[in-house]
Design a binder for this molecule. Sequence first.
Ligand code: HEC
Ligand code: HEC
Ligand code: HEC
Length: 87
Amino acid sequence: MKKSIVALFAVVAFAGTAFGADVIEMKKGVSFNHKAHKAAVGDCKKCHEKGPGKIEGFGKDWAHKTCKGCHVDMKKGPTSCKDCHKK
Ligand code: HEC
Ligand code: HEC
Ligand code: HEC
């Protein structure tokens, strides 16, 4: 019982939060289209393991592993430096 209430609360909290910026400008000229990714990927958890919001440990290593990793796996999205880093 307790567990299901917690789970339900998590779902409501998830759906109810601000969905975030449409496009997030990152370091070194990376423009991340959050909105397009939500549509293309669907599952928030692919990137937000612990729920929406700031990602713990986000930065170069995370990005090169997770962003590029998914593009390689899906054979969609940029995998070369200059296609992500416009500056
Ligand atoms: C392809 C990866 C990816 C997917 C899928 C994704 N997000 Fe994000 N999201 C990010 C990244 C990267 C950030 C920026 C994280 C940081 O700066 O710590 C972010 C930031 C956010 C933020 C923080 C506010 C902001 O705009 O900076 C919220 C809220 C959020 N996402 C909600 C969601 C929700 C809800 C979903 C699913 C409907 C979702 N995200 C799907 C990658 C993703
Ligand atoms: C779980 C899979 C996944 C993750 C993680 C992911 N992407 Fe993508 N990305 C895609 C897919 C799929 C496309 C192609 C979308 C299309 O063509 O409709 C794409 C396209 C792109 C594009 C080109 C189109 C656009 O939206 O501008 C850029 C740039 C991009 N991704 C950057 C990033 C960055 C930066 C991150 C990490 C913060 C990231 N992606 C994480 C799946 C992912
Ligand atoms: C899929 C997109 C993508 C690809 C491909 C990619 N990067 Fe990145 N890179 C990012 C993202 C996103 C960040 C983190 C930005 C942030 O922390 O705001 C980053 C961070 C960096 C940083 C650290 C910037 C800083 O000031 O902290 C360097 C340096 C870098 N990348 C170089 C490269 C090089 C060189 C390549 C090619 C071998 C490459 N990147 C390929 C997306 C990408």
